[in-house]
Design a protein around this ligand. Structure first.
Ligand code: SF4
Length: 436
């Protein structure tokens, strides 16, 4: 229960689960409450308000959110607990029943959190769920996470119109929409002036940028490449069919866009890609990887793969594995398929057992381990620019090169958040880091 003047001398604690977009949005919520006079609770300090930005990409994500909410409300007894984000949008009743939850806000309400706190925080009542039907959400709310990390996350797009058969995100985040290029360029300039050396472009399907403004993702990339106050941009993740040759050729000659690509493949089998309702086949995917390697031979390419989706027979998995092994990529991000309520995949009869999923995951992680070590070895002796982070581990610090090589070196306070020219030295296989 909070006294009548809801925000006066209040402290808030923020917890974010899930994707980079969630981090950017939590930062925006924090900024809004700070404008109302709510300061961020220091570590160990008891907060008056707790904001949990949830994720619902898998069953496991839901479970982690429930655990986090219970733990946070125990850590901050008597605080006003607000759950926002995808889990809150998809299952508001379930979230409202989690012990400690006082208020549940959906995708359309989370950015008006101050208004809801003002109305409801000073009196406990039954109106605790405020979630609009996802079809009614059309507004794009810009976000940029500032200051609490070396990298800034700039939200450029939200929602998705793809409806892949295994995915609930379109039901949690709504139709594809985006900010205007002019506004996003301004936000990037401000982040740069604020000390942001690197900005990660985030969204749900960022290659689909432009749906709500008639602009294109390529236009956005070209406009951001002119932002002098920012040293480098990274594209968080982009669908293969939306990563055009034009964008790749531009990035290959651009001064600011990093040679680092994160591209969802999801399956290396055309039959399974059809069942997933993905918008490309393995031929297109392979041609994109080849194009990247032609233009940017030292580019880092991370690839998402889901194992054990419905319909993934042993035969399809074997052909998928062969295809993935043939790709000159740097790392795999391997996920186990998770049954999601309301998805079309549930209409596919063939199911994969948990044990088989685990085994397939193990096999792909083994391939990934070989690929990333081969990639790191190929970089020994090359010259790069590394951005060093503020975190100190023992007497060491870490940084990342433009092509996403992790560097470990002696701690130098003068190198924090600085881009330093380096020559890559030896490769530490256990830590998957490079010396300089
Ligand atoms: S592209 Fe597919 S997997 Fe990605 S968010 Fe959209 S529906 Fe989900």
């Amino acid at each position: 229960m909070i006294n009548n003047n809801v925000f006066e001398n209040k402290k808030a604690a923020y917890y974010t689960l899930g994707c980079k977009l969630n981090f950017a949005e939590t930062s925006t919520i924090g900024k809004q409450l700070a404008e109302q006079g709510v300061r961020k609770a220091l570590p160990g300090e008891k907060a008056d308000i707790c904001i949990i930005n949830t994720c619902s990409v898998t069953e496991l994500a839901d479970k982690k959110c429930r655990q986090a909410i219970r733990k946070i409300s125990r850590q901050h007894p008597g605080s006003y607990v607000v759950a926002v984000g995808c889990y809150a949008q998809l299952k508001p009743d379930e979230v409202s029943k989690i012990e400690g939850v006082d208020l549940v806000l959906g995708t359309g309400q989370k950015t008006e959190i101050a208004k809801f706190l003002n109305s409801f925080a000073h009196a406990r009542n039954d109106d605790r769920i405020f979630v609009s039907p996802i079809k009614d959400i059309h507004t794009f709310t810009p976000s940029c996470s500032k200051g609490d990390r070396t990298r800034y996350f700039l939200k450029v797009q939200d929602g998705c119109d793809y409806y892949c058969s295994y995915c609930t995100i379109p039901f949690a985040r709504g139709r594809s929409r985006n900010g205007r290029i002019a506004d996003l360029v301004k936000m990037a300039e401000e982040a740069g002036k604020d000390g942001g050396k690197e900005i990660v472009l985030t969204g749900i399907n960022i290659g689909d940028f432009g749906k709500s403004t008639g602009e294109t993702f390529f236009d956005l990339v070209k406009a951001l490449d002119k932002v002098e106050s920012v040293e480098r941009f990274r594209i968080s993740s982009i669908e293969p069919n939306l990563l055009t040759d034009g964008i790749l050729e531009f990035i290959a000659q651009s001064r600011r866009f990093a040679p680092h690509f994160h591209i969802p493949l999801q399956s290396g089998s055309d039959e399974v890609l059809k069942l997933m309702r993905r918008k490309y086949d393995t031929h297109l995917f392979a041609s994109k990887i080849q194009k990247i390697k032609e233009l940017l031979p030292d580019a880092f390419i991370g690839v998402d793969v889901i194992v054990g989706t419905r319909g993934e027979t042993d035969e399809f998995f074997e052909s998928a594995k062969q295809f993935i092994q043939s790709l000159p990529v740097s790392q795999l991000h391997v996920f186990s398929y998770s049954e999601r309520q309301g998805t079309a995949a549930l209409n596919i009869d063939y199911q994969v057992s948990p044990q088989t999923k685990q085994e397939r995951s193990r096999q792909l992680l083994e391939i990934s381990d070989r690929k990333i070590k081969d990639f790191y070895r190929s970089q020994v002796g090359t010259s790069r620019q590394a951005l060093f982070e503020h975190t100190k581990r023992g007497n060491k610090m870490h940084g990342f090169t433009e092509n996403y090589i992790k560097i470990e070196t002696d701690y130098r306070i003068s190198w924090i958040n600085q881009l330093i020219p380096v020559t890559l030295g030896s490769f530490n296989e256990n830590e998957v880091t490079m010396s300089i």
